[in-house]
Design a protein around this ligand. Structure first.
Ligand code: FDA
Length: 309
C-alpha cells in the first residue's frame, strides 16, 4: 500500500483531526464536492435531482462507532424521519447504514433489532443496505445481516474485493439470494488478509462480479450492485455480461455522490441501472479522508482549496 494512502487512512482515524478539521474552510470547500450538505433536506434535494436523470439514490447519514444505546436510538430515529420524508414525497430512494452506528460495538442484539426496525419501515421494493466496515467487523456484519434477513428480505450487504475471504463469503451469500454490493474496499488492511496490490484487487473484483452475475446467482435471485467508479473495470464487466447474454437491466452500477457524474448518466442512457450513494451529515471527516486516500488528485484538489477564498 502506498505511504500516502496509509497516512491519509491513518488521519481518517484521528479524533483530533475529526474534531478540528471541519473548522478549516479548505476542508469544507473540498468536502462539498462529495457531500451535498450536512442536512437530510440537502441529501433529499440531491436525490430528487438525480431521480430526474434516471439515477437512483441511496442515503447514508455519516457517523461511525457510537458508544451507547441512546446514540443508537438517535440514529434510528433520524433514519425513521428520513424514511417518512421519502414516503411522503414518493422519492425513489434507499438507505445504507453502518452497523457501528447502530450499536454493534456494545450490543449485537440491539443492533439486530435496529436493523430489523429500519428494514420493516423501508418503502415497498426498496432495500436497506448494510455497509462493510473494517475487517474487524466482517464476521459480525455478515452475522447480523443473515439474522436480520431471516425476517426481512429487503436487506442488502456490501462486500470488499480486497479481502481474500470475500470469494467464500460471496459464494455463501449467493446461495441465500441476497442483494450484494461489490466494492474494492476503503480501509487500511494488512497483507495477511487483503491483497496489497491494486491490480490484484481489480482482478478479484472482476472475478467476484462474474460470480454475482452468474446463472446460479441469477437463479437464486441475487441483486448484484457493482460499486465502482473504475471505468476500465465497468467496461470489462459490461463486455463480459454482453458475451453471456445478460440483459442490460440486470447490471446495476453504484457510485458515490460527486464522482464520475458523466459516467452515471452515460450508463443510464445506455440502458443500465445506475444509483448514487449520497452521504450527508456533520460527521464527515473520516469518510472524507477515505475519499482523499482513493485518489491522489483529490489531495491536489484539497491543496488548491487551501488558497481559494
Ligand atoms: P479506484 O479507486 O480504482 O478508482 C477508479 C477511478 O475512479 C479513479 O481513477 C478515479 O477516476 C475515480 N475515483 C475513485 N475514487 C475517487 C475519489 N474518491 N475521488 C475522485 N475520483 C475517484 N468501501 C467499503 O470499504 N465499505 C463500504 O461499505 C463501501 N460502500 C461503497 C458504496 C458505493 C456505492 C461505492 C461506490 C463505494 C463504496 N465503498 C465502500 C468505497 C470503495 O471501497 C472504494 O474505496 C471506492 O469506491 C474507490 O474505488 P473504485 O472502485 O472507485 O476504484
Amino acid at each position: 500500500m502506498k505511504l500516502s494512502r496509509r497516512v491519509l487512512l491513518q488521519a481518517a482515524k484521528s479524533r483530533w483531526l475529526r474534531e478540528h478539521a471541519p473548522h478549516y474552510g479548505f476542508f469544507r470547500r473540498t468536502s462539498e464536492r462529495f457531500l451535498p450538505g450536512e442536512t437530510p433536506e440537502q441529501a433529499l434535494a440531491a436525490a430528487q435531482t438525480l431521480a430526474e436523470s434516471g439515477v437512483g439514490a441511496i442515503l447514508t447519514h455519516l457517523g461511525e462507532n457510537i458508544t451507547d444505546a441512546v446514540q443508537a436510538e438517535a440514529v434510528v430515529a433520524h433514519y425513521l424521519g428520513v424514511l417518512e420524508r421519502i414516503r411522503s414525497t414518493g422519492l425513489e430512494a434507499e438507505l445504507s447504514v453502518k452497523l457501528t452506528q447502530l450499536g454493534i460495538d456494545f450490543d449485537r442484539d440491539l443492533c439486530l433489532a435496529h436493523v430489523s426496525t429500519l428494514a420493516s419501515r423501508m418503502p415497498p421494493g426498496k432495500l436497506l443496505w448494510i455497509d462493510m466496515e473494517s475487517a474487524a467487523y466482517t464476521d459480525l456484519t455478515i452475522d447480523v445481516f443473515r439474522r436480520a434477513r431471516a425476517n426481512h428480505a429487503n436487506l442488502g450487504i456490501c462486500v470488499q474485493a480486497y479481502l481474500y475471504r470475500t470469494e467464500q463469503d460471496v459464494a455463501r451469500l449467493i446461495e441465500t439470494g441476497a442483494a450484494i454490493r461489490l466494492v474494492k474496499g476503503a480501509y487500511n488492511e494488512p497483507s495477511e488478509i487483503a491483497f496489497p496490490w491494486k491490480p490484484d484487487v481489480d482482478e478479484n473484483f472482476f472475478v467476484l462480479a462474474q460470480a454475482l452475475l452468474s446463472p446460479a446467482a441469477r437463479r437464486a435471485g441475487v441483486r448484484a450492485a457493482i460499486g465502482t467508479h473504475d471505468r476500465t473495470l465497468i467496461e470489462r464487466i459490461i463486455s463480459w455480461a454482453r458475451s453471456q447474454g445478460i440483459a442490460k437491466d440486470r447490471l446495476e452500477f453504484q457510485m458515490l455522490y460527486g464522482i464520475q457524474r458523466a459516467e452515471q448518466l452515460r450508463l443510464v442512457r445506455e440502458g443500465y441501472r445506475s444509483a448514487v450513494l449520497i452521504n450527508y451529515g456533520t460527521y464527515w471527516f473520516p469518510w472524507f479522508m477515505r475519499r482523499m486516500a482513493e485518489r491522489p488528485a483529490n489531495v491536489m484538489f484539497l491543496a488548491g482549496n487551501l488558497f481559494a477564498r
